[in-house]
Design a protein around this ligand. Structure first.
Ligand SMILES: [Zn+2]
Length: 381
């Protein structure tokens, strides 16, 4: 068993490794050595030089039930170190707070998971498999999680526990959000001779009618049990310059709330195809599609076995189930396994992530280690 004093030193060590959007292999090597010392095999999966994910798995009993545990090894930039009262890579402890870039987001959660995995291996009181997925690049587009997911490492997970900091609450859903713009180019003319122009507003109206009909079909066809159906709203419109001139330009912007059954990529395809089809008609149309924001969706059952287990073992009666905007690696792991249980639950205060003088409460970090062991043993019982 790793005692508390050593658990704190292990966390300090990985905070001292500077993984600002790069160099995660150094943390992966450190964790691999720690796991090897405790009889756990692991493998590095390289995304690019200097940036390797780490995967490790332990098995106990005959069950094939598999719990994924995940954390990212990258941190956001510390910025100007002079602005920090506690140097960002010194891992100083003052008055019960361990300071450092990545302490709360999320080397604290990651190291708590790794130590819990070691304890679970030593205790041999679970029945199934525990797979560690330590990733690169979560803060910059989640390419590490995407790579592991595309290689199949999430395909057979029954549940995924991601130790991001949410103030001891559980995030179980990310709403998908998708913003786009359609631009309509026409030709100006005097409004007494509209046949000499191309009315960009009338063209845009035609597009809006066609796309709404197509999206209504999507809405009718696809439904998610928790999030419901796709929502599509045109929310901004702009066009024309003068009352007696045929408008040469018009645009609208729209927001969609997406569900896994008809995801952001499918929506992009629908919009681009519609633009291409209408531009090919002999009607003077000239539309362009622009993607403004693409946040993938995570959906899971708030009453899943994994979340029930967390309620059962955490001894906290004030845990809230959160559904928030923003994204985590979960979005990438869920691409290839949409039905797994998901709980994003770890030590630390989300409000001080990415801040100057980021810290984690040492007691909060240490308390999560036995909690994570209990989650593993109860979920895989
Ligand atoms: Zn994070």
């Amino acid at each position: 068993m790793i005692q508390n004093e050593q658990a704190v030193e292990l966390l300090q060590d990985i905070i001292r490794i500077r993984t600002e959007n790069d160099h995660e292999t150094e943390v992966a090597n450190y964790l691999q050595a720690l796991l090897t010392e405790h009889g756990i095999d692991s493998e590095l999966i390289e995304l690019e030089p200097g940036r390797s994910n780490l995967v490790a798995e332990i098995q106990c009993g005959s069950s094939e039930k598999t719990l994924g545990i995940s954390g990212h090894m990258d941190v956001v930039k510390a910025g100007n170190h002079d602005l920090w009262q506690h140097a960002p890579y010194a891992a100083e402890i003052v008055a019960g707070k361990l300071y450092g870039r990545g302490s709360t987001d999320m080397k604290g959660g990651l190291m708590a998971l790794v130590i819990a995995m070691i304890h679970a291996k030593e205790k041999q009181q679970f029945n199934g498999r525990i797979r560690l997925l330590a990733t690169v690049g979560e803060e910059t587009g989640e390419p590490g999680a995407r790579q592991l997911s595309d290689l199949g490492y999430a395909d057979d997970l029954n549940g995924l526990l991601v130790a991001e900091p949410f103030n001891n609450h559980i995030l179980y859903m990310h709403g998908g959000s998708y913003n786009y713009k359609i631009k309509s180019y026409g030709l100006s003319a005097h409004s007494s001779t509209p046949q000499k122009g191309q009315n960009a507003i009338q063209h845009l109206r035609d597009f809006m009618l066609v796309i709404q009909e197509k999206i209504d079909q999507v809405i009718a066809q696809y439904e998610n049990a928790k999030l419901g159906r796709t929502i599509h709203s045109i929310t901004l419109i702009d066009g024309g310059v003068q009352l007696n001139s045929i408008p040469e330009y018009a645009e609208y912007q729209a927001n969609a709330r997406t569900i896994p059954e008809f995801d952001n990529d499918q929506l992009t395809h629908l919009l681009q195809t519609t633009v291409d089809e209408m531009n090919a008609l002999d009607k003077g149309y000239h539309f362009e599609f622009e993607l403004l924001a693409d946040m993938p969706t995570v959906v899971s059952d708030p009453n899943s076995d994994l979340i029930q287990v967390i309620h059962q073992v955490s001894h906290q009666d004030n845990i809230e189930l959160l559904a928030l905007p923003g994204t985590t690696d979960t979005a990438q792991f869920q691409r290839n396994n949409p039905n797994m249980d998901v709980a994003i639950y770890g030590p630390g205060d989300v409000n001080i992530a990415h801040q100057i003088d980021e810290y984690i409460e040492v007691d909060d970090y240490l308390a999560f280690i036995p909690t994570f062991v209990s989650i593993m043993e109860t979920y895989l019982s």
